[in-house]
Design a protein around this ligand. Structure first.
Ligand code: ASP
Ligand code: MG
Length: 412
């Protein structure tokens, strides 16, 4: 018998029919003898609907009242699911974040969990009940309702699993799991059976929007095995866990992530003296703009170039700031490029395998795709290319590294 924390996202509880299907799934896990804590999201669209209602009244409601409002979405779902369980003869009880005592800081709309009291949940489990908990919400030390930021129910579930030392935290969603890359770009993308927390963080931050990133960080930190799976199918999905739990023959590359929402800024003819990188990038950082890739050339003569990427929406602001700095430091000029994309190969196996980068560059060369910037970390190699070649790059890399279904079938 195991203890599982299950989380059902908005589409999984989007109608009373869907809630009934979730109840059936819970009953069948229950009859296998498992203890279950079930975290629910608001029904799909509900959180947005509530925010829109607030906006009709006040353009900037206080964050405290906004939290009181949006936390109701999850409360509706938890009651409906508990009723569905009762109807099926299953003992169950719903609890809000404050009833559990999911204690957070006081940062309304983006609160962080500080501590979870497991007494109430443990008592209900000992009574033989399934415990249904409202996701996304907590309570601060003064009893104010708080919420954890959009998509926060994932984090609620992982935090509960950590506090209860659950055997596994299962996140039920509307996709089958984590894929080697976006199946909308590569038909042959393959569902991963296992992936490490580190790889998942790289893939998530690069745009694979399966889980709230914070929940993956949390799960990695507390070593909570995390499974992503579909509530619409019977499939074990993807297990996200520690490196030592990977399949023996796990491929060197786990997946390919990409983003199209960046832009590139180049400051050319920057005097090669101490402090210039700080002047350029410090000014950008001070404006609250996130910088992703940064490269500085080796100086030729007594000047150099600095190139960096920012979110496309921040480009104009970044350009203005950098043009100002360029004038004061006597740089030759500033140019920008909006039409770039970043493609990254991710895999913990890279640490122990040489030749990954050269196969990547060879593959891109064969497609005549020009690489503008290269950056690497221990488990990732990223290239910035012209946006118009993005899909071609992802497809050819996916094939070259044998990541697809067909390649796998051929190798066994
Ligand atoms: N209902 C919240 C949202 O839509 C939290 C969640 O679904 O995880 O962001
Ligand atoms: Mg969600």
């Amino acid at each position: 018998m195991a203890l599982f924390v299950l989380k059902f996202g908005g589409t999984s509880v989007g109608s009373v029919e869907r809630i009934a299907a979730v109840a059936d799934r819970i009953i069948s896990m229950r009859s296998a003898g498992h203890d279950l804590v079930v975290v629910v999201s608001a029904m799909s669209g509900e959180t947005n609907r509530l925010i829109a209602l607030a906006e009709q009244i006040q353009s900037q409601p206080t964050p405290r009242e906004l939290d009181v409002l949006v936390s109701t979405g999850e409360q509706v779902t938890m009651a409906l699911l508990t009723m569905s369980l009762h109807k099926r003869g299953c003992s169950a009880k719903s609890l809000t974040g404050s009833q559990v005592q999911i204690l957070t800081d006081a940062a309304h709309t983006r609160a962080r969990i500080r501590q979870i009291d497991d007494k109430r949940i443990r008592a209900e489990l000992a009574n033989g009940s399934v415990v249904v908990v409202a996701g996304f919400q907590g309570v601060d030390e003064h009893g104010n309702i708080t919420t954890l930021g959009r998509g926060g129910s994932d984090t609620s579930a992982v935090a509960l699993a950590a506090a209860l030392k659950a055997d596994e935290c299962q996140i039920y969603t509307d996709v089958k799991g984590v894929y080697t890359t976006d199946p909308r770009v590569v038909d042959d993308a393959r569902l991963l059976r296992t992936i490490t927390f580190e790889e998942m963080l790289e893939l998530a931050s690069l745009g694979a929007k399966v889980l709230q990133i914070r929940s993956v960080e949390f799960a990695g930190k507390y070593k909570v095995p995390l499974r992503v799976l579909s509530s619409f199918e019977d499939d074990p999905g993807t297990l996200i866990s520690l490196e030592e739990n990977r399949e023996m023959e796990a491929p060197v590359i786990a997946g390919i992530a990409f983003t199209r929402d960046e832009a590139k800024v180049t400051v050319s003819g920057v005097p090669d003296v101490p402090g210039v990188a700080y002047k350029v990038l410090g000014a950008v950082g001070d404006a609250g703009i996130d910088v992703d890739v940064i490269v500085q050339n080796a100086a030729a003569g007594n000047s150099t170039d600095i190139t960096f990427t920012v979110k496309r929406q921040d480009l104009e602001q970044a350009r203005e700031i950098v043009e100002g700095v360029a004038r004061t430091i006597g740089a030759a000029g500033v140019s920008v490029d909006k039409k770039i994309a970043k493609v990254s190969l991710v895999g913990v196996g890279m640490r122990s395998h040489a030749g990954i980068a050269s196969l990547m560059f060879k593959t891109l060369a064969e497609e005549a795709i020009n690489i503008q910037i290269i950056t690497t970390s221990e488990i990732k190699i990223s290239v910035v290319i012209d946006e118009k070649y993005l899909e071609l790059a992802v497809r050819s890399l996916h094939a070259a590294f044998g990541l697809g279904e067909e390649a796998l079938a051929a190798s066994v």
